[in-house]
Design a protein around this ligand. Structure first.
Ligand code: NAD
Ligand code: UDX
Length: 465
């Protein structure tokens, strides 16, 4: 079966870039991305490509090429479902904040809503693709809803988790290590649905990189991939603390262990802690699932990855306080970076939020500069924690549009995101404008520490004595 019309529900960090690339690579397929958030859809349709709701290097060119040709963004959800042969569900699946499983389980209310909406709006057979990251066996519930709440049409459910990382989404989509498709391999209908999706990806992904599995393996592999990656970051961060007390150097240790081809060099960069919308949420979900099957040791094992990450963020904040003579009340501290990693405007679960919160609890004046994150987002990230009221947050936390202004008259500068431009700043000028002793806390180990010390800075770096 050749697919001619695709609908994707959810125009976020995954739905937007993923569908833009499918449309770019498959000009004969009409791709409609729908979302109930009008402002988000308007931003995707904005003439000025600088206003796209997602910042990703290269995304603007892909959108410019396909939008209006075979890529459309709309709030007309039912219409797009109705005309599509294949529907991707790419809505958010955050950690539950209420009820059973609060703080760990995935909140699947938007998934269920999508399933019901697809069932109601369909009067021809459809292939439904889980693109969102979902707990293993979610397809069972989705199938049950589609089969019972619909109009008697047939649905095939596939799992096709997304492995792109933010900041490199377009590159990752263009040159995916693998595409994973889980489906019902035991039935003719299931195999045909898998082949239909393989047909879409094979426009640009070599066939041997498209893996097909049963649905459950596919669902579980996505949670597992993120858990493995996050575990590597927590492992290197655990060792960074040991380095600081033994005079070993974490970057040297990373290089030494990463050179072993069995270990590999990626994801061994010590940091102030991992962030992002996925790692914490997906590990917590894995912990919850394991515990719900009674697998206590399995749950405890993975939970430790989160505990280590919380510890890393906390100890960075404590290091700043200790170095500023155990009191930061009323002291200006500059934050360079707020996004959870470079080359994205996404701040979800960013380490910066938690480090700032810790310092604000001590009544520090935190001044933030980030090249891509806007002021209202930063204030809302802090307000969301509900550690203080909004007025107090606004009086303690300032957002600067100029990095030199953020650093001027500060006691300390902390690097929270590894934006490349931070390396090229005039650090002598920054030093001259700061209170003395001027201190730098490099939470990403990106600066030239020897050069900073020569200027006169006191420097703390992760995993270095
Ligand atoms: P997001 O919050 O950026 O986007 C989700 C969008 O879905 C929102 O715009 C929301 O308005 C819309 N939406 C929710 N319910 C809807 C409904 N019923 N009808 C119409 N629109 C609806 O989320 P995201 O970062 O794109 O993540 C989506 C999924 O992909 C999650 O399951 C996530 O775990 C997974 N994922 C994310 C990444 C990543 O890097 N962000 C990578 C891989 C997988
Ligand atoms: C992650 C997965 O990599 C991706 O495959 C999945 O689809 C979604 O979740 P993302 O969260 O976008 O992607 O970014 P990633 O590059 O994985 O970084 C996550 C966090 O770990 C960031 O805060 C990053 O700074 C941190 N990190 C990463 C480190 O601290 N050290 C490293 O060596 C690598």
């Amino acid at each position: 079966m050749k697919i001619r019309k695709i609908c994707c529900i959810g125009a976020g960090y995954v739905g937007g870039p993923t569908m833009a690339v499918i449309a770019q690579k498959c000009p004969e397929i009409k791709v409609t991305v729908v979302d109930f958030n009008q402002a988000r859809i308007d931003a995707w349709n904005d003439e000025n490509l600088d206003n796209l709701p997602v910042y990703e290097p290269g995304l603007d060119q892909v959108v410019a090429e396909a939008r209006g040709r075979n890529l459309f963004f709309s709030t007309a959800v039912d219409k797009a479902i109705h005309e599509a042969e294949m529907i991707f569900i790419s809505v958010n699946t955050p950690t539950k904040t209420y009820g059973e499983g609060k703080g760990q389980a995935a909140d699947l209310k938007w998934i269920e809503l999508c399933a019901r909406q697809i069932a109601a709006a369909s009067d021809t057979d459809k292939i439904v693709v889980e693109k969102s990251t979902l707990p293993v066996r979610t397809a069972e519930a989705v199938t049950d809803i589609l089969d019972n709440a619909g109009n008697g049409v047939k649905f095939q459910i596939l799992s096709n988790p997304e492995f792109l990382a933010e900041g490199t989404a377009i590159e990752d989509l263009h040159k995916a290590d693998r595409v994973l498709i889980g489906g019902d391999l035991n039935t003719q209908g299931g195999r045909e649905a898998i082949e239909a999706l393989v047909g879409v990806y094979s426009h640009w992904i070599p066939r041997d990189r498209i893996l097909t599995t049963n649905v459950w393996s596919s669902e579980l592999s996505k949670l597992t991939a993120n858990a493995y990656l996050a575990q590597r970051v927590s492992s290197i961060n655990a060792l960074s603390e040991l380095c600081e007390v033994t005079e070993a150097d974490i970057d040297e240790v990373s290089r030494a262990i990463g050179a072993d081809s069995r270990i590999g060099g990626k994801f061994l960069k010590a940091s102030v802690g991992f962030g992002g919308s996925c790692f914490q949420k997906d590990i917590l979900n894995l912990v919850y699932i394991s515990r719900s099957y009674g697998l206590t040791e399995v749950a405890d094992y993975w939970e430790q990855v989160i505990k280590m990450n919380d510890h890393q963020k906390g100890r960075f904040a404590k290091k700043i306080i200790k170095s500023l003579y155990n009191t930061v009340s009323g002291k200006k501290i500059a934050f360079l970076g707020w996004a959870f990693k470079k080359d994205t405007n996404d701040t979800r679960e960013s380490a910066a939020i938690y480090v700032a919160d810790h310092l604000l609890c001590e009544k520090a004046n935190v001044h933030v500069f980030d090249p891509k994150v806007k002021a209202p987002q930063i204030q809302s990230d802090i307000n969301y924690l509900q550690s203080r009221n909004q007025e107090e947050n606004e009086s303690l936390l300032s957002i600067d549009t100029d990095p030199y202004g953020a650093c001027r008259d500060s006691h300390a500068v902390a690097i929270l995101t590894e934006w490349d431009e931070f390396k090229t700043y005039d650090w002598q000028k920054i030093y001259d404008s700061m209170l003395k002793p001027a201190q730098v806390f490099d939470g990403r180990n990106i600066l030239d520490h020897d050069a900073l010390r020569t200027i006169g800075f006191r420097v703390y770096a992760i995993g270095k004595a």
